[in-house]
Write a protein that binds this ligand. Structure first.
Ligand SMILES: N[C@@H](CCC(=O)N[C@@H](CS)C(=O)NCC(=O)O)C(=O)O
Length: 202
């Protein structure tokens, strides 16, 4: 088994954190996005989407998409559960992770891709679009601050993949200058707690 990974990229980081939480070690192959290695003929044979991460199983099966890769590991090693337990909690984790991806992770990534000089290696940059995405991400952080007033983690009482997606968005947002506001005490409390987990340095 091997994980096609890029050390600096947020989607592979989600998978690395997930694996660290599970205590699973997988050999990695580093793909340099800045040099365009993900567009090479060799990598396209692995990942038709030309994105990282990609997981290659020992029988040659390829699994694309960060959350699908995480789900695979959840299935083969259920403990600790990171997609929730029981019907209701699993549904809540699914909903929150999806919301964090679409409402927070994506605008954060788009801010980087359209405004940061390094994003030019990946995107035909449109400054106005980047600015609009940055405003959306910042607004989402303000909303999240309110949502975290009466719960410990993003999806409720337990740490889950939704926390990983949101925490990586905040961490990556620092590159795009998405700082937690001084008045966002709930968000800061949650981020301090979650980012202190050993897995977060993965
Ligand atoms: N939906 C995919 C997104 C993967 C993705 O966009 N990865 C970025 C790095 S974080 C990438 O490979 N970018 C290369 C590019 O945009 O050309 C997933 O969750 O795995």
């Amino acid at each position: 088994m091997k994980l096609y990974d890029t050390a600096m990229a947020p989607n592979p980081q989600r998978v690395r954190i997930f694996l660290a939480e599970k205590g699973i070690e997988v050999p990695t192959v580093q793909i340099n996005l800045m040099k365009g290695e993900h567009r090479s003929d060799d990598y396209r044979k692995v990942a038709a989407n030309m994105r990282v991460p990609a997981l290659e199983l020992d029988d040659g099966t390829i699994i694309l998409e960060s959350v699908a890769i995480c789900r695979y590991f959840e299935e083969i090693q259920p403990e600790p559960p990171l997609f929730g337990t029981g019907a209701v909690e699993r549904a809540q984790v699914e909903a929150w992770n999806r919301r964090m991806e679409l409402e927070f992770f994506m605008p954060t990534a788009m801010t980087f891709r359209h405004l940061h000089p390094a994003g030019a290696a990946l995107e035909g940059q449109i400054k106005e679009y980047g600015e609009s995405q940055k405003a959306i991400a910042l607004k989402r952080m303000a909303i999240l601050d309110g949502e975290l007033a009466d719960k410990e983690f993003i999806a409720g009482d337990s740490f889950s993949i939704a926390d990983i997606t949101a925490a990586v968005s905040i961490g990556f947002g620092k590159v795009s200058k998405h700082y937690i506001g001084e008045d966002q005490k709930n968000l800061q409390r949650w981020y301090d707690q979650v980012s202190a987990r050993p897995s977060m340095s993965a």
